[in-house]
Write a protein that binds this ligand. Structure first.
Ligand code: NAD
Ligand code: UGA
Length: 458
């Protein structure tokens, strides 16, 4: 087919795959290729069993794949042919020496920049799609424009704001698309090429243009603000539990103030996901490196509060179950970091599992989509652990159920049937506040929900 722009995306993960699938679906004039070093992942993208679970993704891929969407491991050919290269590789947190545990590990980024330079025969637009520390583009540009052949590369920042579980909707109808570039004629041209791509389906007034550093910093800031709201309401949930206030009522009362707004005020066992923690720690590290220690401490507290909330959830389980869970079967309902995804990265369920195993509990994990990842994440943990796709089988003989992911299916289970198969007294710990607590209590469960007075029989 006739295509006028060659788009390449390096990195076929949770962002690269869905983002490029939607671009290809919406931009018939673009030939979109997604490459990755991971052969198994690319093979899965080319099969009927896509490597990630995301509602609506199958349909989009089916429409575009083989037409103007291609998945490949041939990174060099991809680079050679591309006009615009999105880089969507993972920049994990550094695990060694300077900045360990906080700074972004940029070694893969640097390698990617060198690879682009080595295999390009003409200048290109390189788009930062990954979330990166502010001013990463500076280093990228230095490497890209250091070649002896005089090729010119323009770096554009186009951070991704999709959330897992709603990725396709977020991509098809985004709140905004952000594109940052240098304020030079070449920068403006590159920015236009990227905004034109999105303008095929995103209204122009939803495409925000900015300078390069604002775009980079806006992404970290957006995630930090979202996580901060969750830590804020979680801090209040602790106060609710000792004062008999109800956190859902408090969240509703404050969320109806249009200046505050209702979203991201759902108290929980804690936030997870691959990015909130990583991006905030990144912000902390950058602030420290500029000597802004107060700023660093401020944002660090958001992560600290989250760690505390996860630990507090298990402490409450322990305290209510007569200070011991040793040898007790505990069914964990959900292991994904949120509903509608199989992703378990930084899931609070992992922290809860670890602590329960430390207390010698017998942990049974169930999840409709994330059981395979749960197995991988917990493979090295010592203790009694089982994986069970059927929640009824997971709860059989259990002393407690802990809801850790807000899967819709957990709202509609037959709790009378679950109760009948459990040990007594039977406990429910609702880490997502999705169940009908009063009804469960009347059925015979002792119910502990986040930020609420316990409803207990014992
Ligand atoms: P991911 O781990 O799912 O995917 C990254 C992919 O890059 C992997 O498949 C890996 O094999 C590949 N890769 C790594 N180095 C490579 C190289 N040198 N050449 C080719 N392929 C390489 O990660 P993700 O969740 O897609 O996140 C990617 C970036 O997007 C991160 O910076 C993340 O912060 C950001 N982000 C993620 C989300 C999300 O919901 N997951 C949302 C917005 C932004
Ligand atoms: C988040 C952001 O929402 C995206 O905009 C961003 O692009 C992405 O991070 C990223 O950069 O990776 P995601 O992690 O997929 O998206 O999911 P969220 O819906 O933000 O949920 C994150 C965590 O917070 C989940 O564990 C969720 O259960 C928890 N959460 C969310 C709460 O505990 N309470 C809430 O009110 C909302």
């Amino acid at each position: 087919m006739d295509t006028s722009v060659n788009v390449l995306c390096i990195g076929a993960g949770y962002v690269g795959g869905p983002t490029m699938a939607v671009i290809a679906d919406r931009c018939r004039h673009a030939r979109v290729t997604v490459v990755d070093v991971n052969e198994a992942r690319i093979a899965a993208w080319n099969s009927d069993a896509l490597p990630i679970f995301e509602p609506g993704l199958d349909d989009v891929v089916r429409r575009a794949r083989g037409r103007n969407l291609f998945f490949s491991t041939d990174i060099e050919a991809g680079i050679r042919d591309a006009d615009i290269i999105f880089v969507s590789v993972n920049a994990l947190t550094k695990t060694f020496e300077e900045g360990a545990g906080r700074a972004a590990d940029l070694q893969y980024w640097e390698k990617t920049a060198r690879q682009i330079l080595a295999h390009s025969t003409r200048g290109k637009i390189v788009v930062e799609k990954s979330t990166l520390p502010v001013r990463t583009a500076e280093a990228m540009e230095r490497i890209l424009n250091s070649g002896e052949r005089g090729l010119r590369f323009e770096v554009v920042s186009n951070p991704e704001f999709l959330a897992e579980g709603t990725a396709i909707k977020d991509l098809e109808r985004p709140d905004r698309v952000l594109v940052g570039s240098h304020e030079t004629p070449a920068g403006a041209n590159a920015r236009r090429a990227v905004t034109d791509l999105y303008a095929t389906w995103v209204p122009r007034d939803r495409i925000i243009e900015s300078n390069l550093w604002s775009a980079e910093l806006s992404k970290l800031t957006a995630n930090a603000f979202l996580a901060q709201r969750i830590s804020s309401i979680n801090s209040i949930s602790a106060l609710c539990e000792v004062t008999e206030a109800d956190v859902d009522e408090v969240a509703y009362a404050i969320g109806t103030d249009s200046r505050i707004g209702p979203r991201f005020l759902k108290a929980s066992v804690g936030f997870g996901g691959s990015c909130f923690r990583k991006d905030i720690l990144n912000l902390v590290y950058i602030s420290e490196s500029y000597g802004l220690d107060e700023v660093a401490r401020y944002w660090e507290s958001v992560v600290r509060m989250n760690d505390w909330q996860e630990a507090r959830f298990v402490r409450r389980m322990l305290a209510s179950m007569f200070n011991t869970v040793a040898g007790k079967r505990i069914a964990l309902f959900g292991f994904a970091f949120k509903a509608d995804t199989g992703d378990t990265r930084e899931s609070p369920a992992l922290a809860v599992t670890r602590q329960l195993l430390d207390e010698h509990a017998h942990v049974v994990i169930t999840d409709p989509q994330a059981l395979a990842n749960a197995r991988i994440d917990t493979a090295r943990l010592e203790g009694a652990i089982e994986y069970e796709p059927d929640p009824y089988a997971a709860a059989k003989g259990a002393h407690a159920i802990a809801v850790l992911t807000e899967w819709e299916v957990y709202r509609t289970l037959d709790y009378a049937r679950l109760l009948a198969a459990m040990e007594r007294p039977a406990f429910v710990f609702d880490g997502r506040n999705i169940l009908d607590h009063r009804r469960l209590f009347e059925m015979g469960f002792s119910v502990y929900a986040v930020g609420k007075r316990p409803l207990k029989h014992v």
